[in-house]
Design a protein around this ligand. Structure first.
Ligand code: ATP
Length: 303
C-alpha cells in the first residue's frame, strides 16, 4: 500500500505538487494520469525518497521509503529506463543489484524470463539497448526483489506490441496476486486495458481518485451511432427532436438522445435503421475533456 498525505513540493516559487492526498491499494492496478508537467514524476520521486517534500509525507507499507529495512524487497521502481550503467551487460547489471540487495542470484534468470529478455540480449551491454530493451531491463530490475509494491513511470514507452502486452499481463497478474501496482502512462488506450483504478492530477492537484469505470461513467457523453438508408430524412427527424447530429463512422453520431429514443423516432417516421449502437466515451475522450479546463488554467496562468 502507498499512502500520500497532503504532499506538497515547491521549486522556488512554483508549487508543482499541491496538498496531494491519495492511497494506492493492493490487489489492483492503479493508473496515474495527468498532462505534461502535472507533477506525476515529482510525486513518484517523493514517494521513493528521491525528492524531499516541502510538506506532507508519503509512506510505503506504512513507512517512509528511507526507513524501509529491505527496500528492494518492498518496492520495485522504474522511473528512468535510460539510467542504467551502460558499460555492463544486462545480466551483470541485475546480478550487481541482486548482490547489493541480498537477493539470490537465481532470481536474475527469473526476471530476465519474465520481461522477455533472452540470454543473448542479457549478455549485451546495456549501452547499446533500444528504448524498449532498456524498459524491459528497468522492469526486470524493479521485479528483482519480488516486491509487494511496484511504481512505474511510463513503463510501456518505447515498447513494441508484444512488449506492451507482456507488461500489461505481468502487472495485472501481480495485482491479482495481491500486489500494489502504481503506474503512469500517457497511452490512454493502454491504461484503459490495464488499470482498475485511476488517480488523476492536474496542476499538482487531485482531479479524480476513483475506479476506472466510475471515472468514465461520471464523465462520459454517450453518443449513439445510427445508420439508415434514408440518412438525410433521419437527420432531420433527430435534429427536430433536439438531437445534436454529426457525421461519423459511416452514419450519424447523435448526442442528447439515447439509443431507444433514436430507434422509436425512426420507427414513428417509417424509417428503416441498419445500425443503432450506443457508444460510451473512451478513457481518452473522457480524459481529454477532464484535462481541458486544467490546460486552460495553465495557459491563463502563463499569460
Ligand atoms: N528539479 C526541479 N526543479 C525545478 N522545477 C522542476 C524540477 N523537477 C520538476 N520541475 C517542474 O515541476 C513540474 C512538474 O514536473 P513533473 O516532471 O513532476 O511532471 P509530470 O506530470 O511527470 O510531467 P510529464 O508527463 O511531462 O512527465 C514541471 O513544471 C517541471 O518543470
Amino acid at each position: 500500500m502507498i499512502e500520500v498525505h497532503r504532499l506538497t513540493k515547491r521549486f522556488g516559487t512554483a508549487t508543482v505538487v499541491d496538498g496531494l492526498s491519495f492511497t494506492v491499494r493492493p490487489g489492483r492496478v492503479t493508473g496515474f494520469l495527468g498532462p505534461n508537467g502535472a507533477g506525476k514524476s515529482t510525486t513518484l520521486r517523493m514517494i521513493l525518497g528521491l525528492d524531499r517534500p516541502t510538506s506532507g509525507r508519503a509512506l510505503i507499507g506504512g513507512r517512509p521509503y528511507r526507513e524501509l529495512t529491505a527496500p528492494l524487497r518492498t518496492v520495485g521502481a522504474l522511473l528512468d529506463a535510460r539510467a542504467v550503467h551502460g558499460g555492463r551487460s544486462a545480466y551483470h547489471h541485475l546480478a550487481g543489484l541482486a548482490a547489493a540487495g541480498g537477493i539470490p542470484r537465481r532470481r536474475v534468470a527469473e526476471v530476465l524470463r519474465l520481461t522477455g529478455l533472452g540470454p543473448q540480449t542479457a549478455a549485451r551491454r546495456a549501452k547499446g539497448f533500444s528504448l524498449g530493451m532498456s524498459q524491459r531491463l528497468g522492469l526486470a530490475a524493479a521485479l528483482l526483489g519480488d516486491p509487494e509494491v511496484l511504481i512505474l513511470d511510463e513503463p510501456v514507452n518505447g515498447l513494441d506490441t508484444d512488449g506492451i502486452r507482456l507488461v500489461r499481463e505481468l502487472l495485472r497478474e501481480r495485482a491479482a496476486r495481491g500486489g500494489t501496482v502504481f503506474l503512469s502512462s500517457h497511452l490512454m488506450s493502454e491504461m484503459e486495458l490495464t488499470a482498475d483504478h485511476l488517480v488523476v492530477l492536474g496542476n499538482g492537484r487531485l482531479l479524480a481518485d476513483a475506479p476506472l469505470a466510475e471515472v468514465i461513467a461520471r464523465n462520459s457523453r454517450t453518443v449513439t451511432l445510427v445508420r439508415a438508408p434514408e440518412a438525410e430524412r433521419l437527420r432531420e427527424v433527430l435534429a427536430a427532436a433536439g438531437g445534436r447530429v454529426s457525421a461519423g463512422d459511416g452514419g450519424w453520431l447523435v448526442e442528447g438522445l439515447d439509443a431507444p429514443t433514436v430507434g422509436e423516432l425512426a420507427a414513428a417516421h417509417g424509417l428503416t435503421v441498419h445500425e443503432l449502437t450506443p457508444r460510451p466515451s473512451s478513457l481518452e475522450e473522457v480524459y481529454t475533456a477532464m484535462a481541458q479546463p486544467v490546460a486552460g488554467q495553465r495557459a491563463g496562468a502563463a499569460s
